[in-house]
Design a protein around this ligand. Structure first.
Ligand SMILES: [Zn+2]
Length: 318
């Protein structure tokens, strides 16, 4: 594997540069690696340089400020300020379990440019079902969902990559409950769909669904994009669309209804090309957004304005 050169530290946004202590921890290997990436120890844990600012500001509609990747600790205020400096005016903080959903609600009430999504992640749903704790966890999510700063149930859905077959019933039950909560409380839903397109579509078609359905980190092909177009489901593209081998995803982008497009980081995961494997953050949204506009041969400002208008349609005003 070829080692990519480090970024000149001065081009990394200030809040994302390691302090001496954080750099020391990295060298000592006392670092939690992102669980999406293989091989850990040779990863470059430096945050990438800041991109050129977008001409029209957009929102990162799916991120996890509470997940640490690497050693650098960044506060929500610093993350927001850095993102704002490159045309990313806000973000949706997403929950995966009860504590992270509580945290999302707390942040969204503290910061005017953060909104929250709350849910039990499908992999957690399978785990909680085993210990008979899924029901009470979903009840807590329903209580949190009533906060006006919560605009979506998410991330919920199906994950057949990390959860074995015996966890699928629990995932489906949890997914259907999240859809019900979204309908009952007038919220959107953010779907986590990993290797489970067919069943996600089957469940959506056989349940009451909220007005706004978002495929977070859309990973489908042209066929799924067409199904989304036909049903008015939103497709949120992440850095994966920039990856060299993501041909099917780029074909999907070409057929997706522009009115259904959203953009996200899923930070700290899925860092866009050419920084794949390094930590991600909301300030990197311009890399993915620019890539998408170019792929669609659209004027960047027009494209950003469209994304911004779609984002408001789904989540309302901040
Ligand atoms: Zn996520």
């Amino acid at each position: 594997m070829s080692k990519k050169p480090d970024t000149d530290v001065n081009r990394i946004p200030e809040a994302y540069r390691p302090t001496a202590e954080e750099a020391f921890a990295a060298n000592e290997g006392r670092v939690r690696k992102s669980d999406n990436e293989k091989g850990g120890s040779k990863r470059n844990l430096q945050y990438p340089e800041a991109p050129e600012a977008l001409p029209v500001a957009v929102v990162d509609n799916h991120t996890h400020l509470d997940f640490l990747d690497g050693t650098v600790k960044v506060s929500a205020a610093e993350a927001l300020a850095t993102a704002a400096s490159v045309g990313v005016k806000g973000l949706i903080q997403v929950g995966c379990d009860v504590p992270s959903s509580e945290f999302a609600v707390q942040l969204a009430n503290e910061y005017s440019n953060i909104l929250a999504a709350v849910a039990i992640h499908p992999n957690d749903a399978a785990r909680l079902a085993e210990s008979n704790d899924l029901r009470s966890a979903i009840e807590r999510i329903e209580a949190l969902a009533q906060d006006p700063r919560v605009r979506a149930l998410g991330e919920t859905g199906l994950d057949y990559f990390r959860t074995a077959e015996d966890g699928r019933d629990a995932q489906e039950l949890s997914f259907r409950e999240h859809l019900r909560i979204a309908v009952d409380h007038g919220k959107a839903v953010q779907i986590h769909d990993r290797d489970a397109h067919e069943d996600v579509v089957r469940i959506l078609k056989s349940s009451p669904t909220p007005d706004k359905v978002v495929f977070h980190c859309f990973s489908g092909d042209q066929e799924l994009a067409q199904i989304c177009n036909d049903n008015g489901w939103y497709m949120s593209f992440s850095g994966t669309v920039t990856f060299k081998n993501s041909h099917a995803l780029r074909e999907a982008l070409q057929v997706a209804d522009p009115k259904l497009l959203l953009v996200e980081t899923d930070a700290p995961f899925l860092t866009p090309h050419p920084f794949r494997g390094r930590p991600n953050a909301s300030y990197m949204i311009p890399y993915t957004t620019r890539f998408m506009a170019q792929a669609l041969k659209q004027d960047l400002a027009d494209f950003c304005a469209q994304i911004d208008s779609n984002t408001r349609e789904v989540y309302g005003e901040f």
